[in-house]
Write a protein that binds this ligand. Sequence first.
Ligand SMILES: C[S@@+](CC[C@H](N)C(=O)[O-])C[C@H]1O[C@@H](n2cnc3c(N)ncnc32)[C@H](O)[C@@H]1O
Length: 214
Amino acid sequence: MEIYKTDKEIATVNLVPGTRVYGEQIINENGKEYRVWNPHRSKLSAALLNGLSKLELNKDSTVLYLGASTGTTVSHISDIVKNGRIYAVEFSPVSLRKLSRLCKTRPNIAPLLNDATKPKEYLNKVEKVDIVYCDVAQPSQTKLFMDNMDLFMKDDGQGVFMIKSRSINVNIKPKTVFKEQEKILKTNGFSIEERVKLEPYEKDHICLLVKKAF
Ligand SMILES: C[S@@+](CC[C@H](N)C(=O)[O-])C[C@H]1O[C@@H](n2cnc3c(N)ncnc32)[C@H](O)[C@@H]1O
């Protein structure tokens, strides 16, 4: 994965030099322009800074991204998978409109106005992918993540699952919620390769790296 690291921050090589996506800081070094990847704005940046190490994201990777919003995290993945493709699913028309503007300068992002709980509706628009990324903050997040992995993830692919415990149950301790969701994933044929908490950037969230279990 091509990312630039200092002690405190990470950054990606800007695919569209001279442009910012969400007001992020730009750094010029070694003849390259980097966009600082803000861990308070992107859970993937938080997870990488907190030690996520087994994610295989390279310049040719294909990604199905569920819960793309306006494209903050999608834009950094777009920097990394410069020759690959990101299928960015979002069900809010307002967010998708902003995301579509981003796609005009970043041809490796395909915006899809769809509900991620109904993956069969975009079956004819999305290929089998290397990574299924899920950040939807919904009570049904584990089921929709598994349904999308079943339909779209290559056998040797990886799932990245950002779980927000409060979206599932506010009355149960986050630790218990995370354990329950892991159990559901394992019962349905997946294995947990890595788990990383997102504090201090995001409270009561965990990032799971998931694979198909054989
Ligand atoms: C926490 S935000 C995502 C932030 C984004 N991943 C980022 O890091 O830049 C969750 C997004 O998921 C979207 N969402 C929630 N449920 C969805 C669903 N069933 N299908 C598609 N998008 C959904 C919301 O509209 C919202 O934009």
